[in-house]
Design a protein around this ligand. Sequence first.
Ligand code: FAD
Length: 475
Amino acid sequence: MRQLIWFRTDLRVQDNRALAAALAAGPTVALFLLSPGQWLAHDDAPCKVDFWLRNLAALKVELQRLGVPLLVRHAERWSDAPRVLGELCRQLRVDGVQVNAEYGLHESRRDRAVAEALAGRGVAFRSHLDRLLFAPGSVLTSSGGYFQVFSQFRKACHRRLYGALPEVLAAPAAQAPLELAGDPVPAAVAGFAPPGEALRRHWPAGENAARERLARFAEERLADYREQRDYPAVAGTSQLSPYLAAGVLSPRQCLQAALRSNRGEFETGNPGAVAWIGELLWREFYQHVLVGYPRVSRGRAFRVETEALAWRDAPADLEAWQQGRTGIPIVDAAMRQLLATGWMHNRLRMIVAMFLAKNLLIDWRHGERWFMRHLIDGDLAANNGGWQWSASTGTDAVPYFRLFNPLSQSQQFDPDGRFIRQWVPELAGLDRRDIHHPAALGGLFGVPGYPAPIVDLPRSRERALAAFRNLPQRE
Ligand code: FAD
């Protein structure tokens, strides 16, 4: 029974459910599809595509050790996938295709179409739960609906974890070599310019690098995670999100690492481990929301009444925000970090998102798209969830009247201005008080080379509150 494992965002051999199932069922061949047209339509960032390709090259080496050849084929759009897979299964005389489930609307539609096309040829299509701890639809409220409130969702997840902890699979054993050569993995794909070497060095590819990063985090920083996680100048978080998004690590590997360092506890014990497991569950929550409330992946607000908001059409302000030239140092430092590294600290993602959607009153969807186009960890569910949280349009979102003040956030979470100094060198000479708010220094020209603020913070706050207050009655 010849098997095909079709890799997507699960680029690892360890603890990979579909790969394990394929190897158990028969001689296995691996496939990855290059789909640049689809990636462009999904706003996948060039640095993320480069990360996929680098991880694919590392995966090829791991697969070789297992005797599994990796084929790399082209399917410009996912609508081409049924044809490409159908032909390949015929050529290779494959009996079964194994995949790990992905949960976006387009991903689900693609898999249904492939499964149907293969069924017509007598090829079985099996989808496995792998990128999440719990299958969407299996963690529900007592009335059978999807959770809308995170704390309740987490409680239900904890009950599941008390019942059984999701296990990490044993390392796969090598199969007898097949008479089939693998394909070369391209170094780049047209339309996605590779990033610079500094970015690549910051995000080394391969599951060994990912597991090392996880082990180091668990050993050195997890215990202090709760105290350190909000300070962008400190490396207090795991920086594992690109690896989780591309499936170079599994959530089970992460959960088990945290449990090992907390004597198997997920609710009590070390507050750092408990908080970090909570973040893994936020990741889970937004994936479940995506499935339970498909309108959020159709570009719609979760809270439909917020569709009536009178967003400003302000292209110059949007551009200033995108380029890190708003005149608000913490916002500019964060946006420049994103452009240079493909990543942004979580505290800063909330600050810049709220600044765009509230102070600038620009539709959150512009910010969501810009993030997707630049994030190496861009993930539809987490990104949409984070944006709708910040814009007060989402499930369990921040109440609209609790606006962050970017200046006090800056003073609180970057007290010495270390993070700002790193990314906004124009301000490096200012002391720890002035660096948060150079406009307050006065003077005719301000700080040379640094823009004046593009909005008045108190007035823009009032404008946002009024816009939300005037919305029709909530559901
Ligand atoms: P850690 O603090 O070490 O957390 C561990 C893991 O938990 C992360 O790697 C991530 O997989 C998950 N996680 C943590 N926080 C969240 C969260 N709030 N929601 C969902 N999962 C979470 N995360 C993405 O992975 N992709 C995105 O595209 C994305 N876009 C975001 C947009 C906005 C506006 C906001 C506010 C948040 C967004 N996040 C996104 C969530 C979060 O900011 C990142 O997951 C986190 O900063 C990644 O850094 P880390 O790996 O060091 O996280």
